[in-house]
Design a binder for this molecule. Structure first.
Ligand code: CDP
Length: 222
């Protein structure tokens, strides 16, 4: 029997820095990287482009199954169209969170996500990477930070992209998104006991990356 391809699963709430940390860990180890949120954002975008509602679970599931996606040179393509910028807006994050609450959509995206598990390894980030998609991942991390810190990070990101936003609105949006992702019955955002808890409120990205890499090396040495 060959050993399964290793996965590092990084779960956590919005703006916790999990995407940046996951990408950097993947780079350091030469592993593939899965930004699972992008699949929910793409499903939302595909529906919105056609003027379809975000509460029609069956139709959305069909969209999720039929997505024609390519990730190339740091850009994301949907049906041959470069949608990189359109995907990263706050509106698309909120739409993704609505789409992601439908179990039918999650079921359709499951196999697509698992297909990213290719040698030599995968670092995957999202809300349910360790809990649902890769439950056998040898390393699971729950990456979080205080909501005010996450809001400051998101605010900075938005301003850098030229998107004006007021701090109190950003905090409010994050709280709403946390509530929707945490309270949904299917694949809720949660720190499970088999994941190490990493609070980045008072640590830098470099320190968070170093800490995940150290855990990984410690496990490999056992
Ligand atoms: O950067 P941020 O964490 O805000 O966004 P994202 O990772 O792109 O996820 C957008 C939304 O998709 C989240 O609010 C979740 O509701 C949903 N999502 C999910 O349910 N499961 C995942 N594995 C990834 C994202």
């Amino acid at each position: 029997m060959t050993a399964p391809v290793p996965v590092i699963a990084i779960d956590g709430p919005s703006a916790s820095g999990k995407g940046t940390v996951a990408e950097r860990v993947a780079q350091a180890l030469g592993f593939h990287y899965l930004d699972s949120g992008a699949l929910y954002r793409l499903t939302a975008l595909a529906a919105l482009q056609r003027g379809e509602p975000l509460d029609d679970a069956q139709k959305l599931a069909g969209r999720a199954a039929a997505l024609e996606i390519a990730f190339r040179d740091g850009r994301t393509w949907l049906s041959g169209q470069d949608v990189t910028e359109a995907l990263r807006t706050e509106e698309m994050g909120v739409a993704a969170s609505q789409v992601a609450a439908h179990p039918e959509v999650r079921a359709r995206l499951l196999e697509r996500q698992r297909a990213f598990r290719q040698p030599p390894g995968l670092v995957a980030d999202g809300r349910d990477m360790g809990s649902v998609v890769f439950p056998d991942a040898p390393l699971k991390v729950f990456l979080t930070a205080a909501v005010e810190t996450r809001a400051q990070r998101r605010h900075k990101q938005l301003m850098e992209k030229g998107m004006y936003a007021k701090m109190p609105d950003v905090v409010e949006e994050l709280r709403k998104r946390d509530a929707r992702d945490t309270n949904r019955p299917v694949a809720p955002l949660k720190h499970y006991s088999d994941a190490i808890f990493l609070d980045t409120t008072n640590i830098s990205v470099d320190e968070a990356v170093a800490s995940v890499l150290e855990e990984w090396r410690n496990r490999a040495a056992r």
